[in-house]
Design a binder for this molecule. Structure first.
Ligand code: ADP
Ligand code: MG
Length: 721
């Protein structure tokens, strides 16, 4: 069944060549106990390793059941090892982190080894050891477990390298007796330097000297059987199913994952902290103004966008270089139609008529609320006129108190304008500037007011108050106190007041025609925000549209106007712009910090997971000798990497989400912002899972691939060191 033809083995190192085997010709039968004896260094182990397909000869041929082993693929050799060959070494027989039971299950097609292999284990006395770990049992017991494993596997050939080398003589004798029993049915090759014991049990003794066979003798003494080998040892076992092996590997991986908990805890806590930091940093770095605006507008149901047409120009002040500038232009009716086309929605015009301020607001200059340092809430600015209709009111869901203007000298004021009158009082133009307090809407309705520039104003009678839904709670105390925390909100409000429904006056329909005014002076328009975040983003993106037709004329020779664009504005956009400048700078710095953290994290993960392998080389050796293939072992460690990675990644994702939500909330409430500036998105889990899994696997694979390039015997030797 085993035949060696002219086998030689030469170990080549840089300095030396050493011939471990030199022209070995020998064959073995189907059973019997063959002892290979010889002095240390004579080549016994080398011979056994070649017999066991753990190592390949330099030259010569080995036939196993008539098959030339040289012609076998790596995979077929693994199969041979897993089915036909059983190994018993002096050491390194068992997976240390496995119980005896699990070590045995490793090679069994079924988990219930107690019933399926009871007789065999009874004979070997391992039944009571099943739940112990290798380090809890004696050397002799370990050897029995190894023998049991070889038999459970259904090995036809048992290869034993100094199996009794570390045992006392009583135990050594017992092991030999067992092997002797087994050799009735199977071929048992025992390598031993203990010639005396060996010759007592051997059927045949092969003596090796300097890599050559010195003698090959049959032993004469024939001993009586005392015990029969269990029947099951005669059966031919089929190869273990790949699924069973994968399951085995997965359970080893789980066991491995449970080892070194303290070390793992240290690593994972560090990784976790860095991951949280990275999530925060990436959330900030991926901050994007438009998507933040779109989300917030959508979430808060903002009811309008004020759109103005702006121009971008370049100013060449020869000595001081070139500077850019931006300004707004009034639109013609034609341009406004174009705007409606661009935005795909109807637009409500605000004409430049009556631009200026409300003239009849009385200010008590002794009022501490009206000091130059706190211009705050109370502004009388008016940016234009809207021709008010019921459709307009309905469209924006506004409420009108009083009635629509019907004459060209009638006006509806915004709720905000009413608040200003309420704050200061109404100062009439006649009767020596008599001041009337304004407390209710009715106090203001019927009053005569002037609107416009100082020298150029119009007189109106107030006929109604339109609530344009300004969030008064959010802004009206700005008149009283502005501390640093409210700075954002103050700036936000100042921008809102530039152009908004709150700072327009509302005049009668067809006001322009009836007053004989030219309508091509459209200051801005109001449009409804789209219903979806995506739609809003599209609207905002129109702000990047560069229009190069019909540019306004430059105001000076050294000015060039290069393009026009739409500027969208409302409370939320103003709020976002307020923090935007901060975030844009922060995002840049944070991006760099994130890269540094990411590098540290990657190194941490790589070093931890590559360290995992070096602790397991022994076990890899045991698995390899039991016929587990390279790929299966790679799978084992990838399982382990994935299990550990899953723990870290899940924790990191949860912690990051919590940190970002809490952090966002704290930031939001501290500055009383309308929105969360940072957000937990799909990006963070993707980064966490990606980095963790990729680098853990890479960390495992780098040393593993190097290890797998080695022959099984080299792995065993590496494990012994
Ligand atoms: P034995 O088991 O009889 O003690 P070995 O088969 O282990 O002997 O070794 C035979 C010879 O081959 C020795 O001279 C030893 O130094 C050499 N040898 C064994 N393994 C290696 C190896 N991996 N690299 C180089 N030389 C080796
Ligand atoms: Mg040896």
């Amino acid at each position: 069944m085993l035949e060696l033809k002219n086998i030689s083995k030469v170990y080549k190192s840089k300095k030396r060549k050493s011939q471990a085997l030199n022209g070995i010709n020998v064959s073995f039968g189907d059973n019997g106990l063959v002892c290979v004896v010889g002095e240390s260094g004579s080549g016994k182990t080398t011979l056994l390793n070649i017999l066991g397909l753990l190592d390949s000869p330099t030259c010569g041929e080995l036939f196993l059941d008539g098959t030339n082993v040289n012609e076998l693929s790596e995979k077929e050799k693994d199969e041979f090892r897993s089915q036909k060959l059983g190994f018993i070494f002096q050491d390194l027989n068992l997976v240390e982190s496995y119980t005896v039971r699990q070590n045995l299950q490793l090679v069994s097609e079924r988990d219930d080894i107690e019933t399926t292999h009871n007789e065999l284990m009874e004979m070997l006395g391992v039944i009571e050891l099943l739940d112990k770990f290798p380090k809890e049992i004696s050397g002799g017991q370990r050897q029995r477990v190894a023998i049991a494993r070889a038999l459970i596997k259904g090995s036809k050939i048992l290869l034993c390298d100094e199996p009794t080398g570390s045992l006392d003589s009583t135990n050594a004798r017992k092991i030999f007796e067992t092997l002797k029993e087994i050799s009735k049915k199977k071929l048992v090759v025992v390598v031993s330097h203990d010639v005396e014991t060996a010759s007592k049990y051997a059927d045949r003794i092969i003596e090796i000297e300097n890599g050559k066979i010195k003698s090959d003798k049959l032993a004469c003494e024939e001993r009586e059987d005392r015990q029969e080998l269990p029947q099951e040892c005669n059966e031919h076992k089929a190869a273990m199913s790949p699924r069973r092996k994968a399951k085995q590997l997965f359970s080893i991986a789980i066991r491995y994952a449970k080892l070194k908990r303290v070390r793992f805890a240290f690593m994972s806590v560090t990784a976790l902290l860095i991951f949280i930091m990275l999530s925060l940093l990436t959330a900030i770095a991926s901050y994007n103004e438009n998507s933040l605006v779109a989300r917030t507008v959508n979430a808060q149901g903002a009811d309008y966008f004020a759109v103005t047409k702006q121009f971008h120009g370049v100013y060449d002040a020869t000595e001081y270089g070139i500077s850019e500038f931006i300004g707004d232009v009034e639109m013609t009716e034609l341009e406004t139609k174009q705007l409606e086309k661009d935005f795909g929605t109807e637009a409500d015009r605000v004409y430049a008529f009556n631009e200026g301020s409300l003239k009849n607001v009385h200010y008590d200059s002794n009022d501490p609320a009206i000091t130059p340092s706190i211009p705050g809430f109370y502004s009388t600015g008016i940016h234009g006129s809207v021709e008010l209709t019921n459709e307009f009111i309905e469209k924006y869901d506004y409420t009108l108190y009083g009635r629509l203007p019907q004459e060209t000298n009638e006006v509806v004021l915004s709720e905000y304008a009413f608040k200003i009158f309420k704050f200061g009082g109404y100062e009439s133009d006649v009767n020596g500037r008599e001041v009337t307090p304004i407390n209710t809407h009715d106090d203001l309705i019927g009053k005569e007011i002037r609107v416009g520039e100082n020298g150029d104003y119009k007189k109106f009678t107030v006929v109604g108050i339109l609530d344009t839904k300004l969030d008064y709670e959010r802004y009206d105390f700005l008149g009283e106190r502005i501390d640093d925390k409210l700075r954002f909100r103050y700036d936000e409000f100042k921008s809102v007041l530039e152009i908004s429904p709150h700072t327009a006056v509302y005049v009668t329909e067809n006001y322009a025609e009836r007053a004989g005014l030219d309508k091509d002076v459209i200051k801005n328009v109001f449009i409804k925000p789209a219903k979806t975040v995506k739609g809003i983003k599209k609207q905002l993106a129109l702000g990047d549209l560069k229009m190069r037709d019909s540019l306004p004329p430059p105001r000076a020779d050294n000015e060039t106007i290069d393009y026009c664009f739409y500027k969208l504005q409302n409370e939320i956009i103003c709020a976002v712009r307020g923090v935007n400048s901060i975030f844009e700078t922060v995002a840049k710095i944070v991006g760099i910090v994130a890269i540094v953290f990411a590098v540290i994290l990657v190194l941490l993960i790589l070093s931890y997971f590559s360290g995992v392998i070096s602790d397991r080389i022994k076990d890899v050796g045991v698995l390899r000798t039991n016929g587990f293939s390279k790929w299966q072992i790679c799978l084992l460690f990838i399982f382990e990497a994935l299990i550990l990675s899953a723990i870290i990644a899940v924790a990191a994702i949860i912690m990051s989400a919590i940190t970002l939500c809490v952090g966002g909330y704290v930031f939001k409430s501290y500055y009383d912002l309308l929105f969360f500036p940072v957000r937990f998105s799909i990006l963070q889990p993707l980064i966490i899972i990606g980095v963790q899994v990729v680098f853990a696997t890479l960390g495992i694979l780098i040393p593993l691939i190097r290890l797998m390039r080695k022959k099984p015997v080299e792995i065993i030797n590496a494990g012994r060191q």
